[in-house]
Every structure is written in C-alpha cells, then in structure tokens.
Design a protein around this ligand. Structure first.
Ligand code: BYC
Length: 281
C-alpha cells in the first residue's frame, strides 16, 4: 500500500470542489477550509441563540416571534418587520448556502430555510394586517421599517471590496454569491413587497435602474456596521449579559444532569454498559 501524501489529499480535495461535490466531516480538508467553516457555522449558531432575544421582549404580549441581534424592538410592529426583512434577508443569504460545499452545513440549511421562510411569511402577513388597520398601526409599521431597513442590508456583510473571506469562500464553494450580489438580490426582491404593503423604504436614492436591471440604492453606513460588529451596537451589552445570566442560571441544571448521568453509569447493569470498542462501532 502506498502512503497518501498531503499533496495527494489536497489534489483530491481540489478535484471534489471543482466537480461541485460535497466535503464530509471525515474527509481530508485544508486547515483553512475547516477554520472557515467553523467560523461561519459558529456565527450562524450564535445568531440563532442571540436572535431570539429581541422578539422575546414581546413574547408576553404576542405569541409569535423570530429574531434579530443588536437592535432594540420598540413596538409590536417590529415583530412583523423582523420577520419580513430580517428573516427575508436571512433566506436570501441562506438559500444559496443549501448548495454549500460542506455537506452537513448544506443539508442543515435546507431545514433552516424552510423555518425562516415561515417567519418571513408570518411577518409579512402581520404587516399586511397592520397596514389595513388604524393610522397609529400604519405609523408603527412604517417606523419599524425605517429602523430595520438599513440593519437588514448590513446582514449580508461588508461590501465585496472590504470582505476578506468572500474570494476564498467562493473558490471553495462555501459561498455561491458575493455579499453585494446577495444584498442587491434582497433589495430587488423587497422593493415590490414594500410597495404592496404600502410602506416606504427609508432611502431617497432607491430607484429602478433600467440599464442595470436592478434597483439602485443609497450608501450603507458601514461605520455603524463596524461599531455593531465590534460590540458597540445599541443592544450588544444587554444581549450578552442576558445570555451569560441564562447560562449561569442554568449551572445547577447542568450539574444535576452530569451527576445523574454519573450515577446511572455507576449503577448500570454490566450488560448494558458500552465497552470502548462498542462505542467506536
Ligand atoms: N454580522 O469576509 P466577510 C439568521 C463579519 S441571520 C456580524 O464578508 P463572510 C437569523 C464576518 O464574520 C444571521 N458579523 O465574511 C435570522 C467576518 O468577521 P470574522 C446569521 C458579520 O463570512 C433570523 C467579517 O465581518 N446567518 O440566520 O465571508 C433569526 C468580514 O466579513 C456580518 C449567517 O450567519 C454580520 N451581518 O460573510 C435567526 C449565515 N457580516 O468572522 C437567525 C451564514 C460579516 O472574520 N453566514 N460579518 O471575524 C454567512 O453567510 C457569512 O458568514 C456572511 C459574512 C455573509 C454573514
């Protein structure tokens, strides 16, 4: 049997990517590919945990919720706008990730997109109802749209020329479109929805560009994005403090579960214990 060398493994990996096949957890992969996947999946998982907090703010007053991270939820209309815009942006970003080169992530994303799609429709429906309501309800929907429009555009990440990870992630098939391409797709998809709802998107430069076949839109405040990502957004400190408190408050549950597991292990009848060999089987 011949030894498989690192260049062989790299060549096999490159061929898998070039044939648009999936990389699986036990496959050889370059350290930098593994690092990128861990970074991106961690960010995603972290978003799901923190993302429930803004709408959790409204949970005692309404039964439906989805999420967003470091911006406050000031009125109930925010629940609708987060569903419509935030989950809409998440879907736009994540549908192409269903074809990500990393198999487990791509497969998980199919289920995640179905769930996000439900939130998006629920938010849109909620806003449609509010926009058929009183003047005060319409004002609430417009105010929530004003506050969440720009942060939603920021969700796609920095512009392509300031995105350090896009080029390599595109080569690896982790990302299928650049941040700017997806941001544009989201704008093009959302403007007609805003028209139908009867809300105005807070961008005076937003207009159809016949030559490009896309909507032009005004500049995103990247200084604000950087501040939020650096931990200085309106609710960063609050979100992390709440998350930490929930983790600390749950310490007794983890301790009890571990103690229970240890007790069961010590008292388990011999025949039901797994040997190390069985564990590996
Ligand atoms: N927020 O080189 P870039 C959701 C960071 S929605 C914070 O373009 P990449 C949900 C980026 O991590 C959100 N940080 O990076 C909705 C990198 O920093 P590091 C979760 C951001 O990875 C409702 C740096 O900026 N979804 O799911 O190629 C309810 C340079 O950026 C952001 C996902 O995460 C941001 N918006 O592209 C519940 C989807 N944007 O790590 C949940 C998966 C950029 O080098 N993720 N950064 O220190 C992705 O598709 C990509 O990671 C991104 C960024 C498009 C977000």
């Amino acid at each position: 049997m011949t030894d498989v060398t690192e260049p062989d493994l790299q060549a096999h990996f490159d061929e898998t990517i070039s044939r648009d096949r999936r990389i699986e957890p036990r496959d050889w992969m370059p350290d930098s590919y593994r690092k990128t996947m861990i970074r991106q999946i961690s960010q995603h998982a972290h978003s799901e945990i923190i993302g429930m907090q803004p709408e959790g703010n409204w949970i005692t007053r309404a039964q439906k919720y989805s999420s967003i991270f470091n911006y406050p939820t000031l009125t109930y209309a925010d629940v609708g706008v987060i569903g419509w815009l935030v989950d809409g942006a998440a879907i736009c970003n994540q549908v192409p990730l269903c074809r990500s080169s990393y198999g487990p992530y791509a497969r998980a994303m199919i289920r995640i997109c179905k769930e996000e799609s439900f939130h998006q429709r629920q938010g849109y429906e909620l806003l449609l109802t509010m926009m058929r309501g009183t003047a005060a309800q319409k004002d609430m929907a417009q105010d929530a749209t004003n506050r969440f429009w720009w942060p939603s555009l920021m969700m796609f990440g920095p512009p392509d020329d300031a995105s350090p990870n896009t080029e390599q992630s595109m080569k690896w098939g982790i990302k299928r479109h650049t941040n700017d391409e997806l941001r544009q797709r989201f704008v093009d998809m959302t403007v007609p929805q805003a028209d139908k709802l009867g809300v105005t998107l807070p961008d005076p430069q937003l207009r159809w560009n016949e030559a490009r076949g896309h909507y032009d839109f005004g500049p995103v405040d990247w200084a604000e994005f950087k501040a939020v990502v650096a931990g200085n957004g309106p609710c960063n400190a609050q979100r992390i403090a709440k998350r930490k408190a929930a983790h600390d408050d749950g310490a007794w549950v983890r301790e009890a579960a571990l103690a229970h597991a240890a007790k069961n292990k010590n008292h388990a009848p011999e025949r039901t214990r797994l040997t190390p060999a069985a564990n590996h089987g």
